[in-house]
Design a protein around this ligand. Structure first.
Ligand SMILES: *Cc1c(COP(=O)(O)O)cnc(C)c1O
Length: 225
C-alpha cells in the first residue's frame, strides 16, 4: 500500500475534475476518512501533510484526537446520537446534523463549552430509506430554525451521501444537492462555504457538480489506485 502515491493521485484527480468544471483546485478540500485505517497509516497521512481527517464514530474520533494531538482538524462524518453530543467539543465540523432534538442538544452543549459548534446539515438527496438525513423539501425550514433558535450552532452548508450506483449515474443527485445548497444559502442569506459530497468511488463527479469538500477513505489505502 503506497499512501503517498494514493494521496498524490487523488489530489491530481480532484484538480483534473476542477479543470473540467472550470473551477480552481484549491476550492476543494480533501477530508481523509480514517475509519478503517491503522494508526500507522494515519501517521503516514499526517506526515504527508494531510491535516483534515474524518471519523464516523465519536469514540473513534476521540481516540485519534488523543493519539495524534491537537494540530489536526477532526471531522465527525457519521450519524450522531444525542447522548454522544457531550463528547463532541473538539470536532471541528460535524457533518450529520439532521433533526431538531439533536440541534437542541448541540445548542445546549455548545453554549456550555463557550463556542459555536460548526455543523453541516445532512440531506438524504436520493430518498433511500436506509439513509439518514433530512428530506430535501424539509432542509430550508430546518436551517432557518437552527439559524433562529440555536445561536451556538453554526451551519456551514450541506452534506449528502449519494446512492451506491455507477459514478456517472450519481450525477443528478449531486446536481440536486448543489441546487439545494445554493437555494438555501441565497434565500437565507447565509455565509455558507461547504458542500460535503463525494467519496472514493464518485468524488470526481461530485467535484464537477460543485462539491467543496470530498470525503475519501478506501481510495487512500488501496493497493492500486
Ligand atoms: C466511510 C465514509 C466515507 C468514505 O468512504 P469511502 O468510500 O471509503 O471513500 C465518506 N463519508 C461517509 C459518511 C462515510 O461513512
Amino acid at each position: 500500500m503506497n499512501i503517498a502515491r494514493n494521496v498524490a493521485l487523488i489530489k491530481d484527480r480532484i484538480a483534473q475534475a476542477c479543470i473540467r468544471a472550470g473551477r480552481e483546485p484549491d476550492e476543494v478540500r480533501l477530508l481523509a476518512v480514517t475509519k478503517y485505517a491503522s494508526d500507522r497509516a494515519v501517521q503516514e497521512l499526517i506526515d504527508l501533510g494531510v491535516r483534515c481527517l474524518g471519523e464516523s464514530r465519536v469514540q473513534d474520533g476521540l481516540k485519534r484526537m488523543a493519539r495524534f494531538g491537537p494540530d489536526l482538524e477532526w471531522h465527525l462524518i457519521g450519524t450522531l446520537q444525542r447522548n454522544k453530543v457531550k463528547y463532541c467539543q473538539d470536532f471541528a465540523l460535524i457533518h450529520s446534523l439532521d433533526r431538531m432534538p439533536l440541534a437542541a442538544e448541540l445548542e445546549r452543549r455548545a453554549a456550555a463549552w463557550g463556542k459555536q459548534q460548526e455543523v453541516l446539515v445532512q440531506v438524504n438527496i436520493s430518498g433511500e430509506e436506509t439513509k439518514h438525513g433530512l428530506a430535501p423539501g424539509e432542509a430550508l425550514e430546518f436551517v432557518q430554525r437552527i439559524t433562529r433558535e440555536c445561536p451556538h450552532v453554526r451551519t456551514r452548508g450541506l452534506m449528502t451521501i449519494a446512492p451506491h450506483i455507477a459514478a456517472e449515474e450519481v450525477r443528478p443527485f449531486f446536481r440536486k444537492a448543489r441546487a439545494l445548497y445554493e437555494t438555501i444559502k441565497a434565500e437565507l442569506g447565509l455565509d455558507w462555504d461547504t458542500l460535503s459530497m463525494g467519496m472514493s468511488d464518485d468524488f470526481e463527479v461530485a467535484v464537477e457538480e460543485g462539491a467543496t469538500l470530498v470525503r475519501i477513505g478506501s481510495a487512500l489505502f488501496r493497493e492500486e489506485e
